[in-house]
Design a protein around this ligand. Structure first.
Ligand code: SAH
Length: 248
């Protein structure tokens, strides 16, 4: 009798520990339902925009990555309740974490393979980098605002992402030491595509970048470097990103 009571209380304690750690499956994950709803919204928006983007259905890999990354960890605590709303949120320093649908779309348009090396310009919260890291071998990500980049780097390492390298600096010139890249994603808008990024793209590689001058309509551009080095560009959706700033 006594030992039965003791066993129950040990099991009770273990259950509590699992709940506090956020482990033990969906029943203990307070965000599971919201994350599920976010995935459904992304799927619906993908269908609605499929004609413009050419991707009415996102790949299972991209959706699984969106399901795995705990978005609540990448938004300020005061916005935790909105972490899975399909909208961008402020992350401080005048910057934003992109809308989940846009993160999924840009990831989809990159056509990432498991062995790819990916460059991201604009680490921001680190969320997009984490989604990419779920899908590929290594992600390099550059952020120009030091405290923003440092916070993202700390969070990504806390979450156990070992395949993301971050750097503080101006991403306009890319990261030549690790070039060429299979895919490049720019998550801030530039009036023109930075030439160094085109140079650092592998033949056969893809780049997704919002293009548009400050205050003007921006469009997501999907560029493919052909094997002979020529570039083909497809204009996709109108978007709204913070500007790509320069350090000089
Ligand atoms: N990918 C981010 C969203 C970033 S918002 C996420 O998932 O949260 C765009 C970020 O680009 C901002 O943090 C901004 O500071 C950064 N940025 C702007 N210009 C830059 C530049 N020239 N080089 C690197 N980062 C830049």
């Amino acid at each position: 009798m006594a030992s039965e009571t003791k066993r129950r209380s040990i099991l009770g304690t273990l259950g509590l520990v699992a709940a506090l750690a956020g482990g033990g499956g969906e029943a203990q994950d307070p965000y599971a339902r919201e994350r599920e709803a976010m995935l459904k919204e992304i799927e619906a928006m993908a269908r609605d925009t499929g004609e413009e983007t050419g991707r009415a259905v996102f790949s299972a890999g991209v959706m699984a990555a969106m399901a795995r990354v705990p978005r609540q960890r990448f938004v300020p605590m005061s916005y935790a309740a909105l972490a899975y709303a399909n909208r961008p949120l402020p992350i401080g320093h005048g910057q934003t974490i992109s809308q989940p649908y846009i993160v999924a779309l840009m990831t989809e348009l990159l056509d990432i393979d498991a062995g790819d090396t990916v460059l991201e310009i604009g680490t921001g919260s680190g969320y997009q980098a984490a989604v990419l890291a779920e899908l590929t071998r290594h992600v390099y990500s550059i952020e120009i605002i030091e405290p923003v980049g440092k916070r993202a780097a700390a969070l990504l390492s806390q979450l156990g992402y070992k395949n993301i390298s971050t750097r503080i600096g101006d991403g306009y010139n890319g990261w030549p030491e690790h070039a060429p890249f299979d895919a490049i994603i720019v998550t801030a808008a530039a009036p023109q595509v930075p030439p160094a990024l085109v140079t650092q793209l592998k033949p056969g590689g893809r780049m997704v970048i919002p293009v548009g001058a400050d205050g003007e309509v921006q469009f997501l551009h999907v560029m493919v470097k052909q094997l002979d080095g020529t570039i083909s560009t497809r204009r996709s959706l109108p978007v709204r990103f913070v500007p790509l700033t320069r350090s000089d």
